[in-house]
Design a binder for this molecule. Structure first.
Ligand code: TPP
Ligand code: MG
Length: 344
């Protein structure tokens, strides 16, 4: 693991200052996402969170690259491992914590928990399911924009290796290809779908090979390497924005946690954990950035403290907020136009 971290990706050599700033910004969001995830796991174990807790440990580099590639006016439909991407796209720590802790002041007004949260009026779609259901929803937003004459925006959603076996993914990607929609579909091939390994999931060499069958462009990337993720996802988003149709990004990495916090992940092959795929992207990023003198231990410590403080503050705030009153509530989360689009 350390070995891979000491050998920076060739693309990290000789980067321009603007890219350095992007890398540091990305690292900071990754750190915040990791600290938020760790806190949610600890609250879950303490019985303070009802329902599931799902973490993105090991997937922050890929996820943050999506959030940073997007602009206001774009659509992002994150999945359960996208805390980093959500933060980079503008979701606050307090919104995440309020949703997990059931505060009526959260974006879903305590009607929906954990990962099923969003702000559609700002392009952040609340997740329906982890298994490809969001592709057709993103397609819908892109088609709606086309009908309204709005150009230059893109929509991104994510899926896992397991989701690629579903009909929803086939239908969604095929529709996007036929309609030439500016969709970027990011596949986090993290080697398992719950406990099912990829050898029981697909028989092609790489999921990127499927792109040709759909008539879409494809990009492969090492999901443990931040600068590679930033560049690859950034390129895919740029191409979709430039009118080159749907883009498929396939990142290889390893899920460094259970499916959810209820799962001890004891089935994960130890050989995979010690392989390059098992590198922790946060550590790799920290080591690479430090090696290039873009980051030092004091800054890491300061950013870590700041992130921990932000997360603790959000938890303290949400814990003080009253639970919803079942006698006064109308139980709509986002099912009215007013709530979902912010229109009167
Ligand atoms: C239709 C449907 N079947 C089953 C599930 C339960 N389920 C949720 S996530 C998941 C596995 C997803 O694996 P993968 O796509 O590889 O994503 P990862 O969890 O690895 O990020 C399953 C079986 C579901 N949400 N919806
Ligand atoms: Mg998976």
């Amino acid at each position: 693991m350390v070995q891979a971290a000491l050998n920076p990706h060739p693309e990290t050599v000789g980067l321009a200052p603007a890219f350095r700033d992007t890398c540091l910004k990305a690292y900071r969001f990754m750190l915040l996402a990791r600290i938020l995830d760790d806190k949610l796991a600890s609250l879950y174990r303490a019985g303070k969170i009802h329902g599931g807790v799902f973490l993105g440990r090991g997937q922050e580099a890929l996820s943050v690259s999506i959030g940073l590639a997007l602009r206001p006016g774009d659509t992002f439909a994150p999945l359960i491992r996208d805390a980093a991407g959500r933060l980079a796209f503008g979701e606050t720590v307090l919104e995440a914590v309020r949703t997990y802790m059931g505060s009526p002041l959260g974006p879903m007004r305590a009607r929906d928990g954990n990962v099923h949260r969003g702000r559609p009026k700002d392009g952040l779609l609340p997740m329906i399911s982890h298994l490809g259901a969001m592709i057709s929803v993103v397609n819908g937003t892109l088609l709606a924009r086309r009908f309204r004459g709005i150009a230059g925006t893109v929509g991104v959603t994510c899926i896992g290796d397991g989701a690629t076996s579903t009909g929803a993914v086939h239908e969604g990607l095929n529709q996007a290809a036929v309609e030439k929609l500016p969709l970027v579909l990011v596949v986090a091939d993290n080697q398992y779908a719950y406990s099912t390994p990829t050898s029981r999931q697909f028989a092609c060499e790489s999921l990127a090979d499927r792109a040709i069958g759909y008539g879409v462009a494809s990009h492969s990337v090492d999901g443990t390497n931040l600068d590679a993720c930033l560049k690859t996802v950034g390129r895919a988003v740029d191409q979709a924005r430039a009118g080159q149709g749907p883009q498929l990004v396939v990142a290889k990495l390893l899920r460094l946690c259970g499916h959810g916090e209820h799962d001890d992940s004891s089935y994960i092959d130890p050989q995979l954990k010690s392989s390059p795929l098992g590198c922790d992207c946060l550590k790799v990023a920290e080591e690479n950035l430090t090696k290039q003198n873009w980051l030092n231990a004091e800054t890491v410590a300061a950013w870590r403290n700041e992130a921990a403080h932000k997360v603790e503050q959000a938890v303290a705030t949400a814990q003080r907020e009253a639970a919803p009153d079942p006698f006064k509530e109308n139980w709509c989360a986002l099912s009215t136009r007013h709530l979902s689009e912010g229109n009167e």
